[in-house]
Design a protein around this ligand. Structure first.
Ligand code: FES
Length: 75
């Protein structure tokens, strides 16, 4: 009897953003942040590093639960 075990296959988290780079790092000047800035953490946004909502389709398709980093200014 073979029990079901989750796959241990290693897959990249970044499917296609700046694959020509050894490492994708992003700097944003704090002065350029709006009252609310929303950054992608699913690596699938067409506006990366900003979230464009693509995580919703990714989560629905894969059963994942990823979402953005939301930075808000204190009022
Ligand atoms: Fe990636 Fe929203 S599109 S977290």
């Amino acid at each position: 009897v073979q029990a079901f075990l989750p796959s241990k296959k290693k897959i990249p988290i970044n499917p296609d953003i700046q694959k020509e780079c050894e490492k994708v790092a992003t700097a944003v000047d704090i002065e350029d942040l709006a009252e609310k800035s929303v950054f992608c953490r699913c690596w699938r946004s067409k506006k990366f590093p900003y979230c464009d909502g693509t995580h919703n389709a990714h989560n629905k398709e894969t059963g994942d639960n990823v979402g953005p980093l939301v930075i808000k200014r204190k009022s």
